[in-house]
Design a protein around this ligand. Structure first.
Ligand code: PMP
Length: 422
């Protein structure tokens, strides 16, 4: 497959060297929420560039890092009062995993060395983050290198039985988690989950009730909850953070991707004062959390994130997204009776459908047939960037698309589907 070098981009459009234009329906891997060359973000970066591009964030600090931390604490669920910076989503997961483990070490629980995760989960591809994911395609090769999580079946509502709704299914599936926590809590640091949508695991979704039950159970069993909002944070699911839909405050919340609107690599791990206090001690006691990336809290990246928060403050993003999401839902409903569509699902600004040989049996097309690739190629020819995950065609558009642009994106996806199943 030929790579497509991009010469420039503006709003939701990418332009290549042959002047072909592509509508980026997946926000450049889910990061570019407010479009390319966004005037607010560009201006902030230019201004910051003239003051300070980067400085070591150990023993030193700077205004954008402080302002961003203060504003994230205000915006995230109550109880998340401290911010640790890293520079990408996977690193944020590593930080949360290490910090949780280390908290238990510092507080006299040395046997807590394991993590509970969900089947079909994805948390990144560095060794620690890969270990707590469960997508075989990315993980299998490295299995001998990886720590072994305790994997609980996902509440994925695609797998629910007929006549069972999302909430019932999610509740039923929680039983597995409850039993696992009851059995293993003494050896577990944390449960790690992607709230509401397992994105890289083919956009599988579940009901917020699962998060409610999980948060309650983690508290009862005295185990941390790590919410990986790397992909679902920043209004992707209909609320600023997905955890809000279950009204929960996790012990750790990992943020990246939309945090800088797709401009620069940055991530943040939010946690509680209680966790912070477990590390804060006299130097000789050696309880500090030592995790330092060179570009931690980069000033340009932090200022970019501040500009993203300004956009959220100045524009009715959630309200606009609700209208856009409703329009996507209307268009998707056209596929309800399609003989090769096994499921249509949506959570806010994430929508997906499943290509299947037969809609009654949900047996997937064999992966070797690469039907998703046919959709990808078809869409590119029509000027739309879609990037199906195996047989799942999904949409994660930037928040700036008009109804007309959503229509174009949907029309091309539907013709791509018909082409791929023919
Ligand atoms: N967690 C989730 C839920 C993700 O979707 C991703 C990236 N797709 C990551 C972590 C890893 O982020 P990064 O690619 O920035 O390392």
């Amino acid at each position: 497959m030929q790579l497509i070098p991009i010469r420039s981009a503006k709003g939701a459009y990418l332009t290549d060297y042959d002047d072909r234009v592509y509508l980026d329906a997946i926000s450049s891997w889910w990061v570019n929420i407010f479009g390319h060359q966004n005037p607010t973000i560009n201006a902030a970066i230019i201004d910051q560039l003239q003051k300070l591009e980067h400085v070591i964030l150990a023993g030193f600090s700077h205004e954008p890092a402080i302002e961003l931390a203060e504003r994230l604490v205000q915006l995230t669920p109550p109880g998340l009062d401290k911010v640790f910076y890293a520079d990408n989503g996977s690193s944020a997961i590593e930080v949360a995993m290490k910090m949780s483990f280390h908290y238990w070490q510092n507080t006299g629980h040395p046997k807590r060395t394991r993590y509970i995760n969900l089947s079909n989960s994805y948390h990144g591809e560095t060794i620690g983050a890969l270990a707590v994911g469960d997508v075989a395609l990315y993980k299998e090769t490295y299995e001998p290198l990886l720590l072994k999580p305790i994997t609980v079946p996902s509440p994925d509502c695609y797998l629910r039985e007929e006549g069972v709704d999302w909430e019932q299914h999610s509740r039923q599936m929680f039983e597995h988690m409850e039993q696992t926590l009851a059995k293993h809590s003494g050896e577990v640091c944390a449960v790690i989950i992607e709230p509401l949508v397992q994105c890289a695991g083919n956009m599988r979704m579940y009901h917020p009730v699962y998060l409610e039950l999980l948060s309650d159970a983690c508290k009862r069993h005295n185990v941390h909850l790590i919410a990986d909002e790397v992909a679902v944070g920043f209004a992707r699911t209909g609320t600023l953070f997905a955890c809000e839909q279950a009204n929960i405050s996790p012990d750790f919340m990992c943020l990246s991707k939309g945090l800088t609107g797709g401009y620069l690599p940055l991530s943040a791990v939010l946690t509680s004062n209680q966790v912070y206090e477990a590390f804060y001690d006299r130097y000789e006691n050696l309880t500090a959390f030592l995790h330092s990336h060179s570009y931690t809290g980069n000033a340009l990246a932090c200022r970019t994130a501040v500009a993203v928060l300004d956009i959220f403050e100045q524009q009715p993003v959630l309200e606009t997204n609700a209208l856009t999401a409703a329009h996507m839902a209307r268009r998707l409903s056209e596929l309800e009776d399609h003989p090769h569509v096994g499921d249509i699902r949506q959570t806010g600004m994430i929508a997906a459908f499943e290509m299947v040989p037969d809609r009654r049996s949900k047996t997937p097309y064999p992966w070797q047939e690469r039907r998703g690739m046919r959709v990808y190629r078809h869409a590119l020819d029509a000027g739309i960037l879609l990037r199906p995950l195996a047989n799942t065609i999904y949409f994660m558009p930037p928040y700036i698309l008009s109804e007309h642009e959503i229509d174009r994106m949907m029309d091309v996806a539907i013709s791509g589907l018909n082409h791929a199943v023919s």
